[in-house]
Design a protein around this ligand. Structure first.
Ligand code: COA
Length: 184
């Protein structure tokens, strides 16, 4: 789907969110949100986010509430696995968590990427993301395999938790459409 896809409004959980592709002009606001929502987010340079917005906006999204960005989710289709969407980082602003926004963002990204498999990594201590990935697999009636992608030792035991890969799929278009309909 094109980068300038029609924005999707999601209001089934009580708040109205507009999910749309990220643009370079959003990054100043996105970066402030990332800084404010540490420590869970492995904050990267602004330049990284500019490049994501410039070159991967087809698969990176923001959610807005009343015109303000309240969530950001990045990812891409790996060139050597074109049937897969890899989710790199998702952040939902405090105060907007628990509305199912992470699940909605991921569903929209899978749909935009037009793929059969979802991949994402989670730190072992991140209960909300672990729960959400497992729930996505269950809702999509798809298999979910997990393995350590990068261990603590890979990160030089510098305090960075392991990154555990969740691979979900194959995902059918029918299942995706019906779950998206459920979540808005
Ligand atoms: C992880 C995060 C993206 C979740 O966003 P969210 O929009 O609140 O997620 P959802 O509303 O879709 O779902 C939250 C689910 O986790 C559950 N949950 C929330 N906090 C939890 C916790 N501390 N422990 C266990 N479960 C938790 C909720 O009950 C909900 O499950 P349910 O749908 O079965 O009720 C958000 O908390 C966040 O931005 N955290 C900081 C950054 C981060 O960790 N990003 C992910 C790794 S890159």
């Amino acid at each position: 789907m094109a980068a300038n896809m029609v924005p999707v409004h999601s209001g089934k959980a009580g708040l109205d969110f507009k999910i749309r592709n990220v643009q370079v002009e959003d990054i100043a606001e996105v970066y402030k949100m990332l800084v404010a929502n540490r420590p869970y987010v492995g904050l990267n340079s602004r330049y990284t986010y500019f490049l994501l917005a410039r070159d991967f906006s087809d698969t990176c999204v923001v959610a807005e509430h009343e015109g303000k960005i309240v969530a950001f989710s990045t990812g891409y289709v790996p060139p050597n696995r074109r049937d897969t969407f890899f989710n790199w980082e998702t952040v939902v602003k405090r105060g907007y968590r628990g509305y199912g926004l992470q699940k909605r963002l991921l569903l929209h990204q899978i749909k935009m990427a037009n793929v059969k498999y979802f991949e994402g990594t989670v730190n072992p201590s991140n209960d909300a993301s672990k729960r959400n990935f497992a729930k996505l697999a269950e809702l999509l009636k798809a298999k979910c395999e997990t393995k350590v992608l990068f261990s603590e030792a890979d990160f030089g035991n510098d305090g960075h938790e392991a990154e555990v890969l969740y691979r979900i799929g194959p995902i059918s278009q029918e299942a995706l459409d019906s779950v998206m309909n459920l979540f808005g």
